[in-house]
Design a protein around this ligand. Structure first.
Ligand code: ZN
Ligand code: ZN
Length: 394
């Protein structure tokens, strides 16, 4: 199978010499290139009763690595599976206009914060309004910055409970959303558009945004004003009977980077050929995209999120620190309360077993859970970035 790792092993050294990469991009590329190779150090997996022992190279554990993302993805999903409310969920997608991409490139962290705040604020305000739902919903929002062809396409997927926790005369109840539609799409679009523009203008006011070199703050303010009169792309997609379906869809993209190895078709002398799904609604419709290798790597690395940026955030009933409210909603929906302490997450051995990887987590002879010993010399210093400049390469 073709892998991103092969591509990086062959081309990253020359790519790095010709491009100015941020520290996050360099770190991601080095992790993906060296994942499960001698450069990452090694460990020994062994049976505690001495039946078997094997050596392995360490995983990089970078969130964009398609090779070692299976276990983190399952852990993420497990955590959310246990928290999701037992009710249908709507899937809403908020896309930012492409005219704002330069601003995003130079202000990824601030732009993401503004986008999360605008989308969640619009949904919470409208759904809290008696005119629409009049209740407190649960929102799970995930940031994606890429399209199928890896071009920049900054959008937010939000999983929204089809109903919410409401109180009436001191009595609490679960208020169902209308079956056909969560909210009028146009109203949601207008409120989201207004909020994102206001968030970005306020960030300018506070001096928190970097102005891209080929424009000025005045022009960006003018652009934001002009965009206030255009139609933005906000979609309320189909209603899912169980939120786990959308959470599984989100998990595929949250860990493992913007493209899986399975989509790679051919490495040619000068380029990379990969599969694209033409439109989400048409599952079978696929096309092939061909990019120059440097262009492919550049596109891939621009989607590495800044270190520490939370690309998934919960709001309303799904917000962190809202366990009491979430438990009250769970009770109304006939679910058991979440424990005060989250249960121990499954081990990698359990996940391997569950996913059919028999023999990976257990001793073939006695069935004991295999243990891991990491060789102390395996740690290595982070790579030196080719640029620590805050600005992205032009
Ligand atoms: Zn890895
Ligand atoms: Zn054994």
């Amino acid at each position: 199978m073709l892998t991103i790792q092969q591509l990086l092993q062959e081309h990253f050294a020359s790519f790095r010499r010709r491009h100015r990469l941020s520290r996050d991009m360099t770190w991601a590329a080095v992790c993906l290139r060296d994942c499960r190779t001698a450069a990452m150090g090694s460990h020994r997996i062994y049976c505690p009763h001495g039946h078997q022992s094997r050596l392995g190279y360490n995983s990089c554990r970078h969130r964009c690595c398609p090779q070692c993302s299976k276990v983190p993805r399952e852990l993420w999903l497990d955590g959310w599976r246990s928290r999701l409310l037992n009710c249908p969920h709507f899937h809403v997608v908020f896309t930012t206009p492409h005219e704002l991409l330069p601003l995003w490139r130079y202000n990824r962290r601030q732009f993401a914060d503004a986008l999360f705040a605008a989308a969640s604020g619009a949904l919470m305000t409208l759904l809290g309004d008696e005119k629409y739902l009049g209740a407190r919903p649960g929102l799970l929002a995930a940031l994606h910055t890429w399209s199928q062809s890896l071009a920049a396409h900054v959008h937010l997927h939000v999983l929204v409970t089809a109903g919410g926790y409401a109180q009436n005369g001191g009595k609490s109840h679960w208020r169902q959303a209308k079956k056909s539609c969560l909210l009028p799409r146009k109203v949601l679009m207008i409120v989201f558009r207004g909020r994102l523009r206001a968030e970005l203008l306020a960030a300018f006011q506070r001096g928190e945004l970097t102005v891209p070199p080929d424009t000025s703050e005045a022009r960006l303010r003018g652009l934001l004003n002009r965009l206030g009169r255009t139609t933005w792309n906000v979609k309320i997609l189909e209603r899912y009977e169980h939120g786990v379906g959308v959470a599984t869809y989100l998990a595929r993209y949250l860990k493992g980077g913007p493209i899986s190895n399975r989509r790679l078709l051919k490495f040619e002398r000068e380029g990379v050929c990969f599969r694209c799904r033409a439109r989400r609604e048409v599952e079978a419709a696929t096309s092939t995209t061909r990019l120059m290798t440097a262009d492919f790597l550049w596109r891939l690395l621009q989607h590495v999120p800044p270190r520490g940026l939370r690309v998934v955030r919960g709001y309303g009933l799904y917000a962190g620190g809202q366990r009491a409210l979430l438990n009250a909603a769970r009770q109304l929906l006939g679910q058991v309360a979440l424990p005060a302490e989250p249960p121990e997450p499954p081990t990698w051995q359990m996940i391997c077993e569950r996913e059919g990887g028999r023999g990976w987590g257990r001793c073939q002879t006695c069935g004991a859970t295999l243990l891991v010993f990491h060789f102390p010399s395996s740690g290595r210093p982070p790579p030196v970035a080719s640029s620590t400049n805050k600005q992205p390469p032009c």
